[in-house]
Design a protein around this ligand. Structure first.
Ligand code: ZN
Length: 569
């Protein structure tokens, strides 16, 4: 689920009670506060996570067909296959799949190959008169050239491999400073004589265990602000540069740095040929935060053993014999981000012109500042594996078992950056938008919290939502047959790709879980996913899609209702 842009903010219900909480703006730089607010709003009218959709009032569980081509196809959706897909897409090889970068293009190729191997028709852009699986849209990457960015010794040999960089990437000229290192420890560098030197300071540590996603983000930005303050003091002390060392950079800090800075391997991505959202809130002196092996290597130049007590006052003022160079080379590059689009044509001569869409986003946050990866297993390798498996199941249906309406499998990018890929699809549809009868969207399916336990899935729109539809109602009805209770997911109604379909008046149903402790953290890794749960959700989604593709009538929005099962009009 994304961080997002002003446009989305404008659409938020005016009732959101957070908007005027001053403390929020004091915690986050204004730009960030907007994003964090965007990810947090929509005041649910009932506590999120209350398990609600018991079996039908009469307690009956809809009986599922168990014999025949459809159930046979459905049974091919397995936890084992879902795991294979998720473990692959969430592996380090895919580099956290940041939109437009090599990792995301690798994921796009994974989808394309899979859809092609299933014999599904390409339904992306037409290039040179030939339609392909890819639909592209423009983005611009602004970042730091890895080979020309780093901390080097005077001979040009690299001392540190990674780091969180605080340099202005909007300016094109190379940043280069050189000087002897001076150990400041936790002393305020403003009080030290640092003319012509590079200050080395202890990185501020997290002093609290964030209890929620919001708190984790807040803590990350608090640490970012502290880094800028220390660098400002180093500048006041006359330093040419500032390096902060940590035993291990906190995940809160890494998450905040990922959201608002560029570092080698992780550029900032802007829509179209735009400028990065952040980039000039940087200190006057080039500043880098490093940890682990990199911190130890740097301290070695200062003659300080990495394991020694960094609070030892005796060490303050210690100078390196050798000169050290901080270099950073900003760049910007125009790229094409990709959506992957495939279709299984319907068998009914008339209804095949109508389409049911299964969608997911394949992108995530990319690399961390200390050489790790935001693997994005739950967000959203889980939903991606579901669309891959559902596509395979549908490709097994032949002859009369083939659905009457056509089915599209849409894997988008740009979701984490503001639902860009699905917005591009909705504004440049490769299928007449008025012929799209439903969107079934999957994003974060593999984890459980006390609010969304293992026997439940969050669903939106619920019956409290003006866009409640016969599609969502059918999901609530069928849930019990897959041992799934529904929880109120309305908090997420504007926060994933179905939203760009809903805005077109298309009935949607969105399945997700919750903002668990690993949400948007490097710790969102595939071994933590509940593949049995994903299997049940995937089979439920497949079944709903199959029914909608065969029903005489199109699904429709029925507006707010008394409960899940009200007939509605
Ligand atoms: Zn997501």
């Amino acid at each position: 689920m994304p961080k997002c842009k002003d446009a989305q903010l404008a659409r938020m219900p005016s009732g959101a009670k957070f908007m005027n909480a001053p403390s929020l703006f004091s915690t986050f730089p204004r730009g960030i506060a907007r994003i964090v607010l965007a990810t947090m709003v929509v005041v649910p009218s009932v506590a999120q996570g209350q398990v609600e959709a018991p079996p039908k009032p009469d307690g009956s569980k809809p009986t599922l067909a168990s014999i025949g081509p459809m159930p046979t196809a459905r049974a091919t959706i397995t936890a084992a296959d879902l795991k294979t897909h998720a473990m692959t897409l969430a592996s380090d090889e895919y580099e956290g799949r940041l939109t437009g970068t090599a990792g995301q293009l690798k994921a796009a190729e994974y989808f394309r190959k899979h859809f092609e191997s299933l014999g599904l028709e390409p339904w992306g852009d037409t290039v040179g008169g030939k339609r392909g699986y890819e639909q592209t849209y423009e983005v611009r990457a602004t970042g730091l050239v890895p080979e020309q960015t780093g901390i080097f010794d005077a001979a040009g040999k690299r001392i540190c491999e990674y780091g969180a960089w605080f340099v202005n990437t909007r300016k094109k000229q190379e940043v280069k400073v050189q000087g002897r290192l001076v150990w400041c420890g936790s002393t305020n560098p403003r009080e030290m004589a640092l003319q012509g030197a590079i200050a080395v300071c202890v990185m501020p540590e997290s002093d609290r265990e964030p209890r929620s996603t919001m708190a984790a983000f807040g803590e990350g930005f608090r640490l970012m602000a502290e880094v800028r303050a220390i660098a400002k003091n180093a500048d006041a002390g006359g330093a040419r540069g500032c390096i902060l060392v940590s035993k291990e950079l906190s995940v809160s800090f890494l998450s905040a740095a990922n959201m608002s800075t560029s570092y080698p391997g992780k550029p900032q991505i802007a829509r179209g040929r735009g400028r990065p959202m952040f980039g000039d809130q940087v200190p006057k002196v080039p500043t880098v935060a490093v940890d682990g092996k990199d911190a130890a290597a740097l301290l070695k130049v200062l003659g300080i053993d990495g394991l020694s007590d960094w609070s030892d006052e005796q060490l303050v003022g210690k100078k390196s014999k050798a000169q050290v160079r901080i270099k950073a080379k900003p760049y910007s590059e125009d790229l094409d981000a990709k959506n992957i689009v495939a279709v299984l044509e319907g068998r009914d001569p008339k209804l095949k012109n109508e389409l049911v869409v299964f969608s997911c986003h394949m992108d995530h946050l990319g690399l961390t500042a200390n050489g790790g990866v935001f693997n994005g297993a739950d967000d959203n390798a889980s939903g991606s594996s579901t669309v891959l498996e559902i596509a395979e199941a549908f490709s097994k249906l032949e002859g009369d078992a083939r659905p009457r309406r056509s089915i599209m499998f849409l894997a988008v990018s740009g979701e984490e950056l503001g639902l860009w890929g699905s917005e591009h699809f909705a504004s440049h549809p490769t299928w007449p938008i008025d012929k799209i009868v439903a969107d079934i969207n999957m994003d974060m399916l593999g984890r459980s919290t006390d609010k969304v336990p293992s026997d439940s899935v969050a669903l939106t729109p619920t019956f409290r939502n003006k866009d409640y539809s016969t599609l969502a109602r059918r999901a609530a009805e069928l849930g019990a047959s897959f041992d799934l209770k529904m929880t109120n997911g309305d908090k997420f109604y504007q926060r994933s790709d179905h939203w760009n379909f809903a805005k077109e008046g298309i009935p949607v149903v969105f399945f997700c879980d919750d903002e668990h402790a690993d949400y948007h953290m490097p710790s969102d890794t595939p071994e933590k996913l509940e593949y049995d749960k994903i299997e049940r959700i995937a089979r439920l989604a497949f079944t709903i899609g199959y029914e909608v593709a065969n029903d005489d009538a199109r699904p429709k929005q029925i507006g707010k209702q008394e409960d899940w099962f009200s007939e509605g009009h």
